[in-house]
Design a protein around this ligand. Sequence first.
Ligand code: DX5
Ligand code: ZN
Length: 224
Amino acid sequence: NIYYINRFKMIKIAPSILAVDLINLKDEVKLVDANGAEYIHIDVMDGHYVPNITFGPNIVKSLRPITNKVLDVHLMISPVEKYINNFIEAGADIISFHPEADDKPLEIIKSIKNKNCKAGIAIHPNITVANVTKYLELIDLVVVMTVVPGAGGQKFMDSEVVKIIELNNIRDQQKLNFEIEIDGGVNKETSQICKNSGADVLVAGSYIFSGAKDNYKTLIDSLR
Ligand code: DX5
Ligand code: ZN
């Protein structure tokens, strides 16, 4: 019964460093690590796939020695393929990308997996689950975007929740193993909608890092 499953399922939390003032990056990552975050979500933006520019493999390399948590890299870049090795060498544990941002998504998934890294695909609000079904048996993570990629602090798009349910159903029916991660506008209220729809991992940027630092444990736990 669904209530039973959801009640006891452990949701993973992935704080997004997009919401951190980079001058404090080391301390902030250590704080969310110590307060129970399972993943550290790293939003890479290139000023081309999305209008904003953030950071590259250098940040992954700097974070690798200071945390053992999963470094969850979300590429919002186009093209994708030529940058993959740099992120793997920097120490990424999972690399997700938007399949419409490159000509060869299948090759990219294979080349990530061949290097012993986990691969994910991210679903832009303009992309349907049907558009990405062919990748689901090959990947470890699906990132369902619940905002238009490009910026933190946006409002959760309720219209995308149906994709979580759809992916959860496909996963059950086809006995697949990918995790479902929700990215954008996650807070105390929307986290519960995601959880009840089948999510496994919740990204949260502004909700966690705009909160009081002495409160990170409470903020992280409030999303579970
Ligand atoms: C948006 C990024 C998100 C962002 C989420 O393009 O992919 O990961 O950091 O930020 P919040 O949690 O503030 O919506
Ligand atoms: Zn992201």
